[in-house]
Design a protein around this ligand. Structure first.
Ligand code: ZN
Length: 421
């Protein structure tokens, strides 16, 4: 891959229309729109089906090839001069959290759609096809294992593994998937997986760094790794008024010692470590009974795999020491190593931003995205734009129209040059 930015890439980027993109964002946000300004568009719901129909209508009216795969990932293709060349892909997801906002996911899909239109407006041809994708069920708001569509496309998960998942509304994933596919019976089917030249995902940052620095673009270098685990302490129940402290085996006191020592273990002067105890279960949970069993959860994230592994070893030791007279169990529940995006692709995004005169930071993503799975299939990276207050998964989620357009322009330039590799 080369990293200089071509003139036609800049010409195409100059044809991004802020108004056209903003109109699409607002039209899509109305599908599943809530009175408080938020959006509830669960994966494979009637609202998702309506959003898909809207996008398909827009795409077909502009002459693009629309198709769908078995996981209901929706594909919109701008043809290349070499029909069979591996495509360049851009997109994100259209499902939202139950009380989500207008931009998380939708922005990436519509910025990719705007990029196709900007290439048309500039009258350019690319050697490779450029595909926009809307992945199925990224959020996990209805069916709790998210990134369903991208994990199937990447080959990381078989679609069959998801079919019997049951949504929060009691509907089986396989049934909701069938209903969604049956809503567009005439769409051609894409293969479940195929080779691609590259994948670029635009997204709101979902954090405060770009806004705080007054910079409109981040070239995302990685998605941080995650270790989730449950820590359990087992003691002995007893009367709170009569049991002397010397003989107690109090599971809550053990948990309290453990959390205190883990907090100092995870203290990070650079504020990069993310460490959260988000759930605690106390049994029997009675004010005058010594707790017999306590479970708490750990969500621990960092971009560096070696640090994740090292700290996990020390977590084990801290918990053992805190247990005192109690016994304990550590049960890992999620183990995901950091995803490093290829340096040359990150460089190209940065070069596109520079060529268009926009500032650009390099950031690691704190959240999961479809790009995490796409990266298992083809070179992948992400472009972040600022969001107000770093807020997301919230009705007040907001991105400025100008930032949306800048992100789409950087995406367009990057895609044009990738599509001419
Ligand atoms: Zn998202």
């Amino acid at each position: 891959m080369k990293s200089e930015v071509s003139k036609i890439a800049c010409d195409a980027a100059a044809n991004v229309s802020q108004d056209r993109l903003w109109q699409c964002l607002m039209d899509l946000a109305a599908v599943g729109g809530l009175p408080d300004g938020g959006v509830c568009r669960h994966a494979l719901s009637p609202e998702d089906i309506e959003a898909r129909a809207m996008l398909i209508g827009w795409a077909e009216s502009r002459g693009y090839e629309v198709s769908v795969d078995e996981a209901a990932n929706l594909w919109v293709r701008r043809r290349g001069t070499h029909r069979d060349a591996e495509p360049v892909i851009a997109g994100s997801h259209m499902d939202s959290q139950p009380a989500g906002g207008k931009f998380d996911g939708a922005y990436g899909v519509l910025a990719a759609f705007e990029a196709l239109q900007a290439m048309d407006a500039a009258g350019i041809e690319t050697r490779r096809p450029v595909d926009m994708v809307a992945w199925t069920n990224e959020e996990g708001g209805r069916f709790d294992r998210g990134c369903t569509g991208s994990s199937v496309w990447s080959g990381d998960m078989p679609l069959e593994d998801y079919l019997n998942d049951v949504g929060v509304d009691g509907v089986r994933f396989g049934d909701a998937l069938r209903a969604t596919l049956e809503a567009t019976p005439d769409l051609p089917r894409r293969p479940r997986s195929f080779a691609a030249h590259a994948y670029v995902e635009p997204h709101i940052e979902q954090g405060p760094v770009l806004e705080a620095n007054g910079v409109p673009i981040a070239a995302v270098t990685s998605i941080q790794g995650v270790r989730w685990m449950n820590i359990e302490f087992f003691g002995a129940a007893g009367h709170a008024g009569t049991t002397p402290h010397a003989v107690r085996r109090d599971a809550f006191q053990a948990a309290h010692r453990a959390v205190a020592s883990l907090n100092s273990l995870m203290d990070d002067p650079n504020d990069v470590i993310r460490f959260t105890v988000g759930r605690i279960v106390v049994e029997p949970n009675s004010p005058n009974t010594i707790p017999e069993r306590v479970l708490f959860s750990i969500d621990f994230r960092h971009p560096d795999k070696a640090l994740l592994n090292e700290k996990c070893r020390v977590i084990q030791a801290s918990v053992a020491e805190a247990a005192g007279p109690c016994s304990f169990n550590i049960t890992p529940t999620t183990h995901m190593d950091p995803t490093l995006f290829p340096q040359d692709l990150v460089d190209r995004i940065e070069a596109s931003a520079a060529a268009l005169g926009h500032g650009c930071l390099r950031l690691a993503s704190g959240a999961f995205h479809d790009a995490l799975y796409a990266a298992k299939n083809c070179p992948s990276a992400m472009i972040f734009i600022p969001c107000r207050g770093g807020l997301s998964h919230h009705p007040d989620e907001w991105a400025e129209p100008a930032h949306c357009a800048i992100g789409a322009a950087v995406l367009t330039a990057t895609l044009v040059d990738l599509a001419n590799d």
